[in-house]
Design a protein around this ligand. Structure first.
Ligand code: SF4
Length: 471
């Protein structure tokens, strides 16, 4: 298997457009990199709610016009999922649509909550019944239990009781609501096109459908979008003190697409500068710089610019390896890297090669890549990593393995170099990364690099922590 830290999810919402479901489908296509396990859309015409969600890629769940023809109305929300809580079950696909005493509400969540097991247990003892094994369903129960008057107030009340990372979109018959946690872990952007209002995890979802980006949501901000009205902006828990945010720095390192703007900054620019900084911190005599496509392309270009070592395409990625084809059987595990990457012998032969990658998790992929490059005739292989060593798991919506499986948590840099079989190895330093010009002026979460967790973790047990309750 190709090892990478994985995103949690991508969310999208629109209101006031006659082709709401069609635009949501396109928005989800653009956000496919944020989650590949399932996709779903809930729409409304103001009277009825319509839904379709399945396991699979957006192109599999919504392959044609027919697949969205019943999703009527001028408002919709959509979701791409990669699970960080709850296993890959059809029942866990989002958006969730529920009926409660105030009508219907649908919800889509990007992030991960860190106190839901405790809340869920309490609610189960009080008689609540859960259908899914996700943290997002707990939020819906909390909304249904709230005795506040308006839907935005009920959502604020519910989310005020959970802890962790949430960038969520909700749909009722009258409104689309987007809300971000006060720490601002995950991105959320708003935009408009004519009289329609939009919300999405990343701005790349807007580019595809010619939506004008208005801005990124602020930490702890809720935006209420209604037909024919100006957006209403609320800070239900007050404004976050500047510097107290904990935006996930990994959105700049790897998760967000380079053509997106997140947290108010263009990802391409920041990622390129991470490559510059890496070249400054770990210079090397070499003939060519290559990336591990596609995720480290931008950082490798930055490294090449700063070091003045030419950038070459030394690895070609096969984009068409389907998820179902990559099964964790022994034979696939052994050839997993070859399935995805093929070295270009003519580029690599007798060259001193700098390989820039965005991160190392377990190290198994990097080790196979180094061997592959040597087999193709590379004279030297120098690994350069455009982020600090990952030494701790993430609890805020990113699927990282346990500490014992993180290579940097268990080996020194030189031990990692030896394990990978590289001639040299250099990681971007934490200080270097945080000093990059152009980073938005806000606090960042860097907990997986060994700093304190910004929100204490109450739930333990990884992504399937709630599955035992239900299976
Ligand atoms: S622990 Fe790492 S991956 Fe998780 S939110 Fe913090 S910076 Fe992002």
């Amino acid at each position: 298997m190709i090892e990478k830290v994985r995103h949690h999810c991508g969310v999208f919402g629109v209101i006031g457009h006659p082709e709401a479901a069609r635009l949501t489908r396109l928005g989800l296509y653009a956000l496919q990199h944020r989650g590949q396990e399932s996709a779903g859309i809930v729409s409304t015409d103001g009277k009825t709610m319509f839904e379709r969600k399945r396991l699979g890629l957006v192109s599999e769940v919504f392959p044609d016009e027919k697949s969205i023809s019943h999703l009527k109305g001028d408002a919709a929300i959509g979701h791409n999922r990669y699970s960080t809580t709850g296993t890959t079950l059809p029942v866990n696909t989002q958006p969730f649509l529920i009926n409660f005493y105030r009508g219907q509400i649908a919800a889509a969540h990007n992030g991960n909550l860190v106190n839901v097991s405790v809340l869920r247990e309490r609610m189960e003892h009080e008689g609540s019944i859960f259908r899914t094994t996700t943290d997002s369903e707990v939020v819906l129960h909390l909304i249904a239990h709230s005795r506040r008057h308006t839907i935005p107030e009920m959502i604020a009340d519910a989310l005020g009781r959970v802890k962790g990372a949430f960038s969520m979109v909700f749909l009722t018959k009258d409104m689309v609501i987007g809300v971000k946690d006060p720490f601002s872990f995950r991105p959320l952007v708003i935009g408009h096109k004519d009289d329609a209002h939009f919300i999405a995890s990343e701005s790349c979802a807007f580019d595809l459908i010619d939506v004008e980006l208005d801005r990124c949501l602020k930490p702890g901000e809720m935006v209420v979008l209604r037909r024919g009205k100006e957006p209403e902006h609320i800070f239900p828990w007050g404004k976050t003190e500047p510097g107290k945010e904990a935006a996930c720095i990994f959105e700049f390192i790897y998760f967000s697409r380079p053509d997106s703007i997140v947290f108010g900054a263009p990802v391409d620019k920041i990622r390129r500068r991470m490559g510059w900084k890496l070249a400054e911190e770990h210079p090397v005599d070499a003939d060519i710089v290559i990336s591990v496509p596609d995720s480290s392309n931008t950082a490798a270009l930055g490294f090449s610019e700063k070091s003045e070592i030419p950038f070459e395409l030394g690895l070609i990625r096969n984009h068409y390896v389907g998820r179902t084809f990559i099964q964790p059987t022994q034979i696939i595990r052994e050839s997993g890297v070859k399935l995805k990457y093929n070295p270009v012998d003519g580029v690599l032969r007798d060259k001193r090669v700098v390989v820039v990658d965005d991160s190392i998790v377990r190290g198994t992929t990097s080790r196979q890549l180094v061997k592959m490059l040597r087999d193709s005739g590379a004279a030297e292989v120098h690994m350069r990593i455009a982020s600090p060593p990952i030494v701790a798991p993430c609890y805020y919506g990113i699927d990282t393995p346990e500490k014992k499986q993180l290579i940097a948590a268990n080996k020194s840099i030189d031990e990692i170099r030896k394990y990978l079989g590289a001639d040299s190895l250099g990681y971007l330093s934490l200080e270097g990364m945080l000093s990059i010009k152009g980073l938005p002026p806000m606090g960042f979460c860097t907990a997986c690099f060994g700093t304190e967790y910004p929100v204490p973790i109450q739930d333990q047990g990884g992504k399937n922590k709630m599955d035992n309750n239900s299976q």
